[in-house]
Design a protein around this ligand. Structure first.
Ligand SMILES: *Cc1c(COP(=O)(O)O)cnc(C)c1O
Length: 351
């Protein structure tokens, strides 16, 4: 694709801030270029603006090259940057599946971009003709989340590839925040083939690092350069970089936790399915289950509200999704530890 056709004119022309450490690479003995404090307390120096050490480990783990990686202050920063780089406020629009992750719309609204949700089918599958009907000459981005939040299902890779292929002139973002819990495979395998593809992942879920706020965008090096030009110079602080390096240095912990959560997901599915008021447990490729509930004498929505409050009163917090498109009567439940699963089940049985 011709990137200059999808990037905003002001961003194409942008002269990025040049920080002190951009100009000198290597080891010196005296650093008096950045007005830092000279007294070493572990955090007195500015962090690496491009997070080289994190990216080396991540690139090896993911089978991509360092220049195909952008790190953001959570995936949320990457989502916001997609709008700021590609979408002209009040002129351009984006198309996204619905229901999906709320931040795509929030960031669209903040950036004054027309957000066009396209309903999934009743069983949460992609509706390709409906997507096509919303795309026009001002559409810059197509948002897909797979595995999707809140439905939990992942889309087939070949279906996602057909979207990336069909919409060669748009940026297609596939948010893979939950990919480590899915056996459907990652779009990263297609990164080298499609220069309009952006894949989002995060340290917040399977890596167990939600508090460090570190999200990842994978894309071709030219797109990554624009992310780096628009971001705040030191967007990933040194404590976050150290925590990410620590996590990536112990992938066996990640892998063990993913295995445990996948086991827990099946146990939770069976336990929930045995409850009389659980109408449906949706298939999940993520670390949560979406369940539709129905109590005697109430409709689905009232049942979800009732069970949500009942659990809350017992100190158990789940996500009430009943007011979300296609999710009437649904609760979203994260797979916790076996103790947490047991405690949820024992409490639900008393309803
Ligand atoms: C949790 C989640 C994220 C992660 O966001 P961070 O800002 O990286 O914590 C991204 N996308 C989806 C769909 C999510 O559910």
């Amino acid at each position: 694709m011709d990137l200059s056709r999808v990037i905003r004119r002001n961003i194409l022309a942008l002269a990025p801030y040049s920080c002190a450490r951009d100009e000198f690479k290597g080891e010196a003995s005296v650093y008096i270029d950045a007005n830092e404090s000279p007294y070493n307390n572990g955090v007195n120096r500015y962090p690496d603006p491009l997070q080289h050490e994190v990216k080396v480990l991540l690139a090896a783990r993911k089978g991509v090259s360092e220049d195909q990686i952008f790190l953001g202050n959570g995936s949320d920063e990457a989502i916001d940057l997609v709008y700021r780089i590609f979408c002209e406020p009040r002129i351009d629009n984006v198309v996204a599946i619905s229901p999906s992750y709320g931040m795509y719309q929030v960031c669209a609204d903040v950036n004054d971009i027309d957000y066009r949700p396209v309903s999934l089918t009743d069983d949460f599958q992609l509706d390709l003709p409906a997507i096509a009907s919303k795309v026009d000459e001002h559409t810059k981005v197509l948002w897909i989340c797979s595995p999707n939040n809140p439905s939990g299902n992942a889309f087939e890779l070949r279906e996602l590839e057909s979207l990336v292929k069909t919409y060669r002139d748009l940026i297609v973002v596939v948010d893979e925040a939950y990919i480590d819990f899915s056996d459907k495979g990652s779009m990263l395998t297609l990164l080298d083939q499609y220069d309009n593809l952006i894949v989002l992942q995060t340290f917040s879920k399977a890596w167990g690092q939600a508090a460090i706020r570190c999200g990842i965008a994978f894309a071709n090096p030219e797109i990554i350069r624009y992310f780096n030009r628009v971001k705040y110079p030191y967007n990933i602080n040194v404590l976050t970089q150290q925590a990410a390096i620590r996590a990536l240095s112990h992938p066996e912990v990640h892998d063990r936790h993913v295995e445990e959560i996948l086991g827990g997901r099946e146990i939770l599915r069976i336990l929930l399915g045995s409850l009389p008021f659980v109408e449906h447990v949706y298939p999940s490729d993520a670390n949560f289950l979406l369940v539709r509930v129905k109590l005697d004498g109430m409709d689905n929505g009232q049942s979800a509200d009732y069970i949500y409050r009942y659990l809350q009163n017992k100190g158990i917090i789940v996500r009430n999704r009943t007011r979300v498109h296609l999710c009437q009567g649904c609760l979203r439940i994260t797979v916790g530890t076996s103790d947490e699963i047991a405690s949820l089940y024992e409490t639900l049985k008393t309803i």
